[in-house]
Design a protein around this ligand. Structure first.
Ligand SMILES: [Zn+2]
Length: 240
């Protein structure tokens, strides 16, 4: 099973990714409508029937933006150096299987950059509609494991594909998760896609992955944040 292989993995949001929506946005703008009109339509699937249960953007007037890095598929020392050099404290939503493969890498990244490790389940299943016992295992076993390995129990959960249901919310709470976290912008292959509008705004939660293009993606994040006058901050400092 492969994870973190591209924006398509967040398959329910494919309408927000890739070149086609950019062209669509341009067409809409050209026709006189606003970007807001376009952005209002698609919502990540997990929010269906669960509005308010997951945070997409942190409500804040501080001019801050948050970087989150998911899964953990690709790992090399250069990533740690890059993150350290940037001064960005990222939130790492790790999947249990990758922590099991190489917990030392993530510990080093945490120790050297101030990153915080959070829960992205054990096996990266789409949780919505799954039996309670399975969801419990996927969420709680990851938290148990991460607490042992990293010395801190995760307080945030990013459900894989942004997909969850009422059971997910209950189980997560039972396992010390305080907040489910989606995202409001995504970076892949050095390119940023916004869930709404054409820029980052205060409180935006940016998603990227441990991929081969890590450097390009970090640089895209830094460039965009700078362009929009925002300072990277640690998500856990704002979601308490
Ligand atoms: Zn993921």
């Amino acid at each position: 099973m492969e994870h973190g292989k591209g924006p398509g993995k967040h398959r329910r949001r494919t309408v927000l990714t890739g070149a086609v929506p950019v062209l669509a946005a341009a067409a809409v703008l050209a026709s006189g409508l606003t970007a807001r009109t376009l952005a209002a339509a698609p919502q990540p699937a997990g929010q269906t029937g669960q509005a308010g249960k997951a945070v997409h953007r942190v409500p804040t007037e501080d001019r801050v933006v948050f970087l989150t890095v998911d899964d953990g598929l690709k790992r090399h020392a250069g990533m740690i150096d890059l993150l350290r050099g940037s001064g960005i404290k990222a939130t790492l939503f790790l999947t249990g299987q990758y922590v099991r493969q190489d917990s030392g890498f993530f510990r080093r990244m945490r120790d050297r950059t101030g990153a915080v490790v959070e829960n992205h389940t054990v096996g990266h299943l789409d949780l919505a509609g799954r039996p309670r016992a399975l969801q419990h295992k996927e969420i709680c076993a990851a938290s148990d494991r991460f607490e042992k390995v990293f010395g801190r129990r995760p307080t945030l959960l990013r459900p894989p594909y942004g997909s969850f249901d009422a059971t997910t919310v209950q189980v997560a709470a039972e396992c010390s998760v305080k907040q489910l976290v989606h995202w409001s912008a995504e970076i892949a292959k050095g390119h940023i896609e916004f869930a709404a509008g054409d820029r980052l705004v205060p409180g935006d939660i940016v998603l990227m992955h441990f991929r081969d293009e890590f450097k390009e993606d970090i640089e895209a994040f830094i460039d965009q944040a700078r362009k929009d006058g925002l300072t990277p901050a640690l998500l856990e400092d704002y979601l308490k």
